[in-house]
Design a protein around this ligand. Structure first.
Ligand code: TEU
Length: 538
């Protein structure tokens, strides 16, 4: 079996993880200094968000040199040290590669806009045009037109994200060759795998207004696989907002021609108004979540591989979103983990999730994320009220996830001796790693236990998923079965007590984990959840 099927991955947002030199920004040596903490948690690999040279317009997702480390994060020696120190602890490093676009400071782009005759001009996507009338009406993901005019060329260039993130032209074989060399450079450094940013958007056809899932997409990802990581037992995960079951099967086919797995986001978009943006809030219906999880668990069974996550650096904190970050913070954080960790797939923990870290509310002047700031100005200009816009930002801003890691109750939460680049959540005095490490019942120790269980029992990796209590309005329940065992997962997804039918538990349920004392009662307290194992008659 591939190692990553039993692995748990920990995502690090380097700017906010640990600052070793007091400049207010997290860095590589900071991460290295916390490897013992990660080893204690029990993770197998770190997904490291971009640390390459970058003007940091989008916090490193705008790369100006893929082969250099940004001085903000340290040096290549620091990177080598991180890789080797992690290896000593059996932790692999997964690099985050942004191959859909570069920074506008990348030397390729600097040369591309010098002259249409430059060999790098065709590395990007240019179209002729006149000022004020872009080739079409396509919008960029962070607001505004997807086309930016370059007067000296009398041409527009295409960007799906910020204008400082020009899209690369994957139809140019020279571009693909250069990108494969970059991947191979990192493979030779000894990294354990890659996370590919917006990989479903590389095969865009801007003239046809196609961004995701372009006709050549899978041809490109297969070619990339063959020329780089294919056959090397590395973990690769594509970020694919557009994936449906069919394309996810193609991406993560067990024959391994593309990626190990993809991130798909259907479950995490259920609490927004249909056809609108993530800022247009709507309540989550548990039945929708059940449908979507059921669909993906059964859809990829034997045909692909799921990644399992509630959080990342673009998403709000799950305990504030679908749990309860007040009275029931710990118990609801554990319930959400229980629900996720019983499923088939490879779980991802986003830094601080293992502490039950929460969302934050800041005055608008304190937000740093360009998406948040663009949204704010855009909606205020459109006439939304300040209160309405701030409500969306509190619920959805990417900065919710990006506030510095809460290590202790000392100054700046033990994150930095300097002035942190983004405000620290004031609740760090109660919610911090030091405190949780000393409390055997903490969220941290609950995650630690879940990770151990997944390693110990093959049923987590192999069992077949069946949704139970489909119509129960409060309880999310399912079982995983294999020949000799049945794993039962029951979660009260609500802040009210709930009841489940007593035939569910089985004859002799062996308790694996529970977030409140387990009594075999069919009554559940708010957010109560547990996993039990039954041995089936031979
Ligand atoms: O995210 C892709 C992406 O589509 C996000 O912009 C997402 O739609 C948005 O955050 C939801 O509001 C990736 C990275 O994860 C993100 O951090 C980058 O900003 C983006 O690509 C551009 O590289």
């Amino acid at each position: 079996m591939e190692w990553w099927k039993k692995a748990v991955i920990y995502q690090i947002y380097p700017k906010s993880f640990m600052d070793s030199d007091g400049d207010g920004f997290g860095d590589l040596n900071g991460i290295t200094s916390k490897l013992d903490y990660l080893e204690e948690l029990g993770i197998d690999a770190i997904w490291l968000c971009p640390v390459y040279l970058s003007p940091q317009v989008d916090n490193g997702y705008d790369i100006s040199d893929y082969l250099q480390i940004d001085p903000m994060f340290g040096t290549m020696e620091d990177m080598d040290l991180l890789i080797s120190e992690a290896k000593k602890r059996n932790i692999r490093i997964i690099m985050d590669l942004v191959l859909n676009h570069t920074s506008d400071h990348h030397p390729w782009f600097r040369q591309a806009i010098q002259s249409p005759d430059s060999e790098f001009h065709d590395f990007y996507v240019f179209r002729d045009g006149n000022p004020g009338s872009p080739p079409n009406d396509m919008r960029a993901c962070f607001g505004g037109s997807a086309w930016t005019y370059v007067p000296s060329l009398k041409q527009y260039y295409f960007h799906q994200f910020a204008e400082q993130q020009p899209d690369l032209n994957w139809d140019n074989i020279e571009v693909r060759k250069q990108l494969y060399e970059i991947i191979n450079f990192w493979i030779s450094k000894g990294v354990g795998g890659f996370r590919f940013d917006v990989i479903d958007q590389i095969a865009k056809e801007p003239d046809l207004e196609i961004t995701a899932n372009g006709p050549l997409l899978h041809a490109y990802t297969r070619e990339m696989n063959q020329n780089t990581f294919g056959g090397r037992n590395m973990i690769t995960v594509g970020e694919t907002w557009s994936a449906d079951i069919q394309s996810a099967r193609e991406f993560s086919d067990p024959r391994g021609k593309e990626f190990s797995m993809v991130f798909q986001f259907e479950h995490i978009q259920l609490d927004q108004q249909k056809g609108k943006e993530k800022w247009d809030l709507a309540p989550l219906f548990l039945s929708d979540l059940k449908d979507v999880i059921n669909k993906w668990q059964t859809g990829l069974y034997n045909h692909g591989w799921n990644s399992l996550f509630w959080n990342n650096h673009d998403l709000p904190r799950i305990v504030s979103r679908w749990g309860n970050d007040q009275e029931y913070r710990e118990v609801s954080a554990k319930m959400l983990a229980t629900l996720l960790y019983g499923l088939q797939g490879t779980p991802y923990i986003y830094q601080g999730e293992e502490l039950g870290m929460t969302n934050i509310k800041l005055p608008i002047s304190e937000y740093k994320d360009l998406e948040t700031l663009n949204l704010y100005h855009d909606r205020i200009a459109k006439g939304y009220s300040e209160a309405e816009v701030m409500q969306s930002i509190y619920a959805r801003s990417r900065d919710n996830a990006r506030t510095p890691m809460q290590w202790s109750d000392s100054s700046n939460a033990g994150f930095s001796k300097g002035n942190p680049w983004l405000k620290i959540n004031p609740n760090y005095r109660e919610i911090n790693a030091e405190h949780e490490l000393s409390d055997p019942n903490s969220v941290f120790h609950y995650y630690q236990k879940l990770i151990k269980l997944r390693r110990q029992y093959d049923i987590f990796t192999e069992g077949k998923f069946h949704l139970l209590l489909e119509n129960h309005p409060q309880i999310f329940a399912y079982e995983r079965t294999c020949k000799t065992e049945r794993l039962l997962v029951i979660c009260n997804f609500s802040n009210k007590p709930a009841e489940f039918p007593n035939n569910l538990l089985g004859d002799s349920p062996e308790l694996l984990i529970s977030n409140l004392p387990f009594t075999r009662s069919t009554h559940l307290e708010p957010y109560q959840s547990f996993m039990v194992l039954n041995h089936l008659p031979k």
